[in-house]
Ligand binder design. Structure first.
Ligand SMILES: [Zn+2]
Length: 125
């Protein structure tokens, strides 16, 4: 099995509903997203996926959230924009794009969202 990982960052605001504490009030984070893919077969160049292509698969989702209030965007108008739910959102968005571009050769293994340097949440299936 091969795995590759890339990271990207964005800044955005959010607040947590049904939560008592500092995060119930609107505030911002400098988020870091770490995406790991895996697969058994390499392409003809010997790559699981070009890092550039993985960054491109991640970019539309990052661009959609960058400098926004995440609570105002679907599905986070209803789903709390916790680091856990953001990780699942990135996971499903990237999986859909890679399914199309690699015909299922490459799978998303794990998405980790860093809300701060020392706090992360991951989603995988
Ligand atoms: Zn927060």
């Amino acid at each position: 099995m091969f795995r590759i990982t890339v990271e990207d960052t964005f800044a955005a605001g959010h607040y947590l509903r049904n939560y008592r504490g500092k995060c119930e009030n609107p505030h911002g984070h400098n988020y870091r997203i770490r995406v790991t893919l895996e697969g058994e077969e390499l392409d003809r160049a010997g790559l699981l996926l070009d890092f550039k292509d993985l960054k491109e698969a991640l970019k539309p989702t990052v661009d959609r959230l960058d400098h926004q209030m995440i609570n105002d965007l679907e599905p986070f108008t209803a789903t709390n924009p916790s680091a856990e739910n953001l990780a699942r959102y990135f996971f499903t968005e990237i999986r859909e794009r890679l399914q199309r571009s690699t015909n299922g050769r490459v799978a998303v293994r794990r998405v980790t969202v860093f809300e701060t340097e020392t706090t992360t949440a991951s989603y995988f299936e």
